[in-house]
Design a binder for this molecule. Sequence first.
Ligand SMILES: NC(=O)c1ccc[n+]([C@@H]2O[C@H](COP(=O)([O-])OP(=O)(O)OC[C@H]3O[C@@H](n4cnc5c(N)ncnc54)[C@H](O)[C@@H]3O)[C@@H](O)[C@H]2O)c1
Length: 339
Amino acid sequence: MLKVGIVGFGFMGQTHYKCWKALEGAQVTAICDVNPNIEEDTKRAVGNIGDTDQAVDFSSLQLFTDLEQMLNTAELDAVSITLPTCLHADCSIKALEAGVNVFCEKPMALNVQDCERMIAEAKRSGKIMQIGHCVRFWPEYAKAKEIIDSGEYGRVIAAMFQRLGSAPTWSIDNWFLDEERSGGMALDLHIHDTDFVQYLFGIPNAVSSFAAKDAKGGLIHIVTQYLYDDDKVITAEGGWAMTPTFGFEMSFNIVMEKATLVYDLTRDPMFKLCPAEGQVITPEVKKGDGWLLEIEHFAKAIRGEKVEEITTLEQSRDSVKIVAAEKESARKMEKVAIK
Ligand SMILES: NC(=O)c1ccc[n+]([C@@H]2O[C@H](COP(=O)([O-])OP(=O)(O)OC[C@H]3O[C@@H](n4cnc5c(N)ncnc54)[C@H](O)[C@@H]3O)[C@@H](O)[C@H]2O)c1
């Protein structure tokens, strides 16, 4: 039985709790959150997709407000780090130093230097660390990658990705809206699509981004073109300036020579393969969501089971690097090379 601790029990901490609970052979035994009222406040958390209303059985959990104390006493095999992004690097490193495997939410960290520190400690400790780039595991996105890689419908001519919602305001102290702590909309939200673009097509040579800003100069809506050696047109658009009544949209259109792949969370059917010849179909995808599937993958890796390489720490770092270039490009209003 894997003994798991969750560090930061807000929206994602509770989402991880639900995922761990659904897995056989793992049990969440401890929670660490600085909020001493975490039990009562737990009911308040909400997020972009789904909700976290599944009851949490606090009676079976050891509660901590200090990470080191939890690491020293709870005898854990793994932790989920579901903290504000500014804490990802130091807390992941502390857990690795304590000999605990780490699943850390995306984005890996606020900057490339912190990502490098995390990678160095993961290597030194020999423990498993995985970053929560759940879109690589999201069933329809994973299927899109499989279809593209198969080459069955020819090369990709163009691909457009969108991730649009209103600003995340569910955190107790509104840390998401503080760029120093979250990296802002581009690093927090849009990185999902940046990382998926990297997964499909590799690191782009350069990015060209345009962005709208809020009154304080923070980016609230971004459109990026990812530039490669050939002429394919790859764009991703992300924003948290939508009105709250809009809800949340994650979607893509992927244009291949002999078929177009369409996904939109807000439509029914959400996922369609529109071939040049024949009927439109909805390809079969794995059951579950990307959060459950990525945590299942992590648990298998800890147990030493053979797993496909879906995401690496270096790729998670590179997604942070590409987003930094996107922010620079939007600020300078010019193309920025990825070095
Ligand atoms: N993968 C996804 O789809 C997805 C979705 C939302 C958020 N996230 C990421 O997950 C992370 C957490 O986001 P969230 O929405 O859960 O935020 P949240 O504000 O809902 O939760 C953060 C929790 O951490 C606690 N906390 C803060 N400082 C702490 C400390 N020093 N020690 C212990 N606990 C502390 C807070 O009290 C809070 O309960 C962020 O990095 C965010 O980018 C990922």
